[in-house]
Design a binder for this molecule. Structure first.
Ligand code: C2E
Ligand code: MG
Ligand code: MG
Ligand code: MG
Length: 292
């Protein structure tokens, strides 16, 4: 009934709100077409072992090459993709592409590195994730041990038992499971022991303040100690300074990711980075001067 009132169907909306609704609709429409139009690409950020300095893997991070807006960061479209369910086909594309690229690098003779792919809660809950993962591994022909799936705590919240069973199925394929952004969600420590994770990623917010804020430092070191006891590897995300690196190494963190070593790189640039450095970064040298 409201629709027919007066001349303008939406007269009770404020113009500003109208604009926002329109923009969201426009974005959704564009997002819907983006997969078919091949507008997505992945950038790859090195993961470095803190003991050897070796590049042991990378994380695949989604980018949208929008025809008008240019390169769009995930923060600007993943929430809407989640909401609309479009994250399911987009996420499937990302998983396929990451494995295809990994296979291509191996074929080119690059040192084999593991590849981490982010899985959204919605994608995880959809039910056929194990089937998709199995197909993608078969199609690409990669060693499943090279594939790491990054899950967030939100996955564990809604259906803990279901999550365990999906994760256990995934583990039988040989893929690794990583708990992303650890410390930002609600998971209790007890949770951790119930899920078959291999790796725990310390959220960037703690890493960022690790040398300036004693609470963040305490949280980070507790996470590392806990993970060690549970036999999980720890990865610090968002390491930007040598001081942060030194603190993390001193406290037994296993791996790092961050601008200190490299920003996420386009596929060709990542391959060059790997080749030029012969798979090893200079972070151990950096650290020696400052902290030994
Ligand atoms: P995330 O999985 O926690 O990824 C790490 C984010 O931190 C990336 O942002 C990365 O570029 C950024 N980062 C890494 N090192 C540094 C650093 O030293 N300093 C700073 N300031 N930032 C750093 P990005 O690429 O914008 O991705 C944001 C989030 O979007 C990701 O967070 C992830 O949750 C989501 N995302 C990205 N790709 C995918 C995907 O394919 N599927 C799904 N479901 N989510 C994705
Ligand atoms: Mg991640
Ligand atoms: Mg993360
Ligand atoms: Mg994060």
């Amino acid at each position: 009934r409201a629709k027919c009132e007066g001349g303008s169907g939406f007269s009770f909306y404020k113009p500003v709100m109208n604009e926002r609704v329109l923009e969201t609709l426009e974005l959704e429409g564009a997002l819907r077409l983006a997969v078919e139009r091949h507008e997505f690409c992945l950038h790859y950020q090195p993961k470095v072992d803190l003991t050897s300095g070796r590049i042991v893997g990378c994380e695949a991070l989604l980018r949208w090459r929008h025809p008008q807006r240019g390169l769009v960061a995930p923060a600007e479209f993943i929430p809407l993709a989640e909401e609309t369910g479009l994250i399911v086909p987009i996420g499937a594309w990302a998983l396929k592409e990451a494995c295809r690229q990994t296979r291509a690098w191996v074929s080119e003779g690059l040192p084999p590195v593991s590849i981490a792919v982010n899985i959204s809660a919605r994608q995880f809950r959809k039910g056929d994730l194990p089937q998709l993962v199995r197909e993608v591994i078969q199609e690409s022909g990669i060693d499943p041990r090279l594939l790491m799936l990054e899950l967030t705590e939100s996955i564990l919240m809604t259906n803990p038992l279901g999550a365990v069973s999906v994760m256990e199925t995934l583990k039988t394929f040989g893929v690794g499971l990583s708990l992303d952004d650890f410390g930002t969600g609600y998971s209790s420590l007890a949770y951790l022991s119930r899920y078959p994770f291999d790796q725990l990623k310390i959220d960037r917010s703690f890493v960022n303040d690790i040398v300036t804020d004693s609470n963040s430092a305490t949280i980070a070191t507790s996470i590392i100690a806990l993970a060690q006891r549970m036999g999980l590897r720890t990865v610090a995300e968002g390491v930007e300074t040598e001081a942060q690196l030194g603190y993390l190494r001193k406290n037994g963190c296993d791996e790092m990711q961050g601008y200190l070593v490299s920003r996420p790189l386009a596929a060709g640039d990542f391959a060059r980075f790997l080749r030029e450095n012969n798979g090893v970064t200079n972070i151990c040298a950096l650290d020696k001067d400052q902290f030994r």
